[in-house]
Write a protein that binds this ligand. Structure first.
Ligand code: PLP
Length: 411
């Protein structure tokens, strides 16, 4: 045992030396504009609770009611006896919200991606992902056994070349008598989680259609925030019904937890039969499903629209001060619409950590994001904005950013 522990301690030491050591921070308050940490109240600019729904009374109430009626646990996997009323209601609400035939929910967005990609492609197929997709897509692609190819971030020429290569590969493969036609699945995010920039979804849809590939879009950071019905960026760009697999999380703008996939009934039925993270896992607790349904309903309400407007006002207020000096992010040049994710690029891991520590000392919580979440030497402070932030909290943030980073109004 000692040898085992020593080995692990030496690995941890290496992480520390590289500025890559991570540790948990205990927060003693609900999610919101402020976070209670070690007896202090911090301004929280790190949460993905974009619309301030995580502690919204109607969302809380829905969770409490579900516990009263269905209890705390869900008892079994969905296919055994764990598909409770709240799960079915959530899936109906999601399909209606997204304007798709059907929806399926998972215990997390991570599980949704792992299960979905694994159900759709295997070693006969090719999976093509944007260089900056979330870790769960990379993990899912590897686990699926499909041939993995990465295209440069938002680089359509690169994607085009890879899809041509994939089709040549498929043609060669189909000369042999194999069980089914090999497929190509393209996966991207609509709003990228660590950069806040956006994928050119219209162009991507055209390219994948031209090459007969399938497209999966992860809308984790855009559902609830974009589009006339707040369905996401695909709706805003008018391409929702040309995307085979629309995926997202219930843990960000919806204020609850879980993951979802929306699409054709055939897709959902295939996932129920083949998605291993769905089949071999206990159903989410009823409280989580009910809270998510309340979140979906809130987003669609007039109050939801008001929250969205407040969020964009807050984003405008902050980016007005920050955008110019943070532009050197290089790959964030293609910003088309505002995003609630505002990265402040630092570069060196240690330096980003030091800035995060100084911000914390001044009462502002903005985490340093480092490798392996982003590439080495691309460390950044990832500032996220919520509708819950008040104008005075935003002023306070801008003052602290000016003091610590010398960016902002007086810079
Ligand atoms: C957060 C996130 C996920 C994972 O969703 P969870 O519900 O947190 O597991 C997937 N993709 C992207 C882009 C994300 O930001």
């Amino acid at each position: 045992m000692n040898v085992f522990h020593e080995e692990l301690l030496s690995r941890l030491g290496e992480l520390r030396e590289q500025g890559l050591y991570r540790e948990l921070r205990r927060i003693d308050s609900p999610q919101g504009a402020a976070a209670q940490f070690e007896g202090r109240s911090l301004l929280n600019f790190s949460s993905n609770d974009y619309l301030g729904l995580a502690n919204e009374p109607s969302v809380r109430e829905a969770a409490i009611k579900a516990i009263e009626k269905y209890g705390a646990g869900s008892g079994a996997s969905r296919l055994v006896c764990g598909s409770l009323g709240p799960h079915m209601e959530l899936e109906e609400a999601l399909a209606e919200f997204k304007g798709t035939q059907a929806a399926l929910t998972f215990s997390s967005g991570y599980a949704a991606v792992i299960g979905t990609i694994g159900a759709l492609v295997d070693s006969n197929d090719v999976i093509v992902v944007d260089k900056l997709v979330h870790a769960c897509v990379v993990d899912a692609a590897r686990l699926s056994g499909a041939k993995l190819r990465v295209f440069g971030h938002n680089n359509l020429d690169d994607l085009e070349n890879i899809l041509q290569w994939a089709n040549r590969r498929h043609e060669e493969a189909s000369v042999q008598p194999s069980s089914r036609q090999p497929r190509t699945l393209v996966v991207t995010e609509s709003v990228f989680s660590m950069d806040g920039d956006q994928a050119p979804l219209r162009e991507l849809v055209e390219i994948k259609e031209r090459h007969g590939a399938w497209l999966m879009v992860d809308e984790a950071h855009s559902t609830g925030l974009y589009g006339p019905s707040r369905r996401g960026l695909a709706e805003e760009l008018g391409v929702s019904n040309r995307i085979e697999i629309q995926m997202g999380t219930l843990g960000k703008a919806f204020g609850a937890s879980g993951g979802y996939v929306c699409g054709h009934r055939a897709l959902i039925h295939l996932l129920i039969n083949r998605a291993r993270s769905f089949i071999f896992s206990t159903a989410p607790v009823p409280a989580a499903a009910a809270a998510a349904t309340a979140g979906v309903r809130f987003v669609q309400s007039a109050a939801g629209e008001e929250r969205r407007q407040t969020l964009w006002r807050n984003v405008a207020e902050i980016s007005k001060e920050l955008r110019p000096p943070v532009k050197f992010a290089g790959h964030t040049e293609r910003i088309t619409k505002p995003s609630a994710i505002i990265p402040i690029m630092i570069g060196a891991e240690g330096k980003a950590m030091e800035f995060a520590r100084q911000l914390l000392a001044q009462g502002v919580l903005i985490p340093a994001i480092r490798f392996p979440t982003v590439s080495r030497g691309q460390a950044r402070l990832r500032l996220t904005v919520s509708a819950a932030h008040t104008p005075s909290q935003i002023n306070q943030l801008l003052g602290v950013l000016h003091d610590v980073l010398h960016v902002g109004p007086q810079a």
